[in-house]
Design a protein. Structure first.
Length: 432
């Protein structure tokens, strides 16, 4: 009997050892990820999600291989994504939502309908987010974060224009109600510049970006439709370009602004040399990184508002630019990646940490209700702007059309041509 027990114990020990060896010998598969920017907080949750996945599925563990793109050229980044796709060295990557159309048409990314139509995502994502990742009836990207474009008005500029402290504090609500217009905003820049306390009456972003589409939409010059098409109004396009040109002619806006480097604009904003700045929530992160400024010190100088209605009785506006995760169509691990993304998304704390670090807004209800997020008064005070946001249309040629728009704005500011002539030529570009 003792011999049989000893044999059984020996057999059990052997099986345990074999099972242990099997677990130790499970091959680790690398997931190749390409990430835009230097904000590690954007993908920290993926590392933790992979650990959770590996604990659940010890038979097929993964390890992340993250390649970071640290420059600021979107076209170069997209070319790198496509190169990695062609090399078969990509599973998952972050991109701007507006690239979805071109990436889908090019067969670079796989649709994510089954994942994103799941209960967790449908309940947690803010309803406004969905239009930013839908293309031809399918969802193609998982939004990571949001931002909002906004106007920063220096408090000294408001005082120069005759605003009391109470009137300055009421501006965000007055703007949201449509009572404070773009012309009233420019009057503040004029008054501030006339008193000589500011080097610049107004500044906006120097390179191409969603801001220019937002203002074109505010003027009614360009309008994205639910089917992804964009309508064009030549008269309102010319009106929009006259707005930019008038700012340079009055000396409120530098005529060569579209040739500036980002650091120069951020420095002018952070130092308080600018009466009115057309910026974004993430501008506060940029000035911390590039200028060594303290976000709280910058916030203290300015009153942030929506972009006012361009016409009396109109609607104020902002635009958001979600960064999204997309799955490479060549990946052999789509289902496991989707499970990892689900785990990562369910952990809203990491999303909150990213938002409060980089001055972005969350995409989910749970993240917005997080106590850490609520401790940031600027971000929580900006959440209402999502009720006024639009997104870039998700079309295959949106980047090309944005480039046409940016070049026209630049030409108008430099007085290289008349707004009417530029608008007439734009009619051809936007009808293609």
């Amino acid at each position: 009997m003792k011999a049989k027990n000893a044999a059984a114990l020996a057999l059990a020990a052997c099986l345990t050892l074999l099972c242990g060896c099997s677990r130790r010998q499970a091959q680790i598969t690398e997931l190749n990820i390409l990430n835009w920017g230097y904000e590690d907080t954007r993908y920290t949750n993926l590392y933790q999600a992979v650990q959770t996945f590996n604990a659940r599925h010890p038979d097929r563990p993964y390890a992340l291989q993250v390649e970071k793109y640290r420059d600021a050229d979107w076209d170069e980044y997209q070319a790198l994504c496509e190169k990695r796709h062609e090399e078969g060295r990509l599973d998952l990557f972050a991109t701007g939502h507006e690239y979805i159309g071109a990436l889908a048409d090019g067969g670079v990314i796989a649709p994510m309908d089954e994942l994103l139509r799941g209960e967790l995502f449908q309940q947690e994502y803010f309803p406004t987010v969905w239009s930013s990742v839908e293309y031809e009836g399918q969802y193609w990207g998982m939004p990571i974060d949001l931002d909002v474009q906004m106007v920063f008005i220096h408090k000294d500029a408001l005082r120069a224009a005759g605003y009391t402290a109470a009137e300055a504090s009421a501006l965000p609500e007055r703007t949201a109600r449509g009572e404070f217009t773009m012309e009233a905003l420019i009057d503040i820049a004029r008054a501030a510049k006339a008193q000589g306390g500011f080097r610049y009456g107004l500044l906006h972003r120097p390179p191409n970006g969603q801001f220019f589409y937002m203002l074109a939409s505010a003027y009614g010059a360009l309008e994205g439709k639910p089917d992804g098409s964009i309508t064009f109004d030549e008269q309102r396009y010319a009106e929009m370009l006259r707005f930019y040109q008038s700012l340079t002619q009055e000396g409120l806006l530098p005529p060569d602004l579209t040739e500036w480097e980002w650091v120069a604009v951020n420095q002018a904003f952070a130092s308080g040399d600018t009466a009115v700045y057309f910026g974004a929530s993430y501008s506060l992160y940029d000035v911390m990184i590039e200028c060594g400024a303290l976000a709280d010190d910058v916030i203290e100088q300015y009153v942030p508002i929506l972009f006012p209605a361009v016409r009396q009785g109109g609607r104020p506006i902002t635009i958001s630019h979600p960064m999204v995760y997309v799955i490479d169509s060549g990946s052999r691990h789509q289902k496991d990646i989707e499970e990892i993304l689900t785990i990562a998304f369910a952990d809203s704390q990491n999303s909150v940490n990213h938002c409060v670090t980089t001055y972005h807004l969350p995409t989910s209800v749970s993240a917005a209700e997080n106590a850490v997020f609520h401790n940031n008064a600027f971000l929580t005070g900006s959440m209402y702007m999502l009720d006024y946001t639009i997104f870039l249309p998700v079309t295959a040629d949106i980047r090309t059309k944005m480039t046409y728009l940016f070049e026209d704005v630049s030409a108008a500011e430099r007085a290289a041509d008349t707004p009417e002539a530029l608008a007439q030529a734009a009619a051809f570009h936007f009808s293609q």
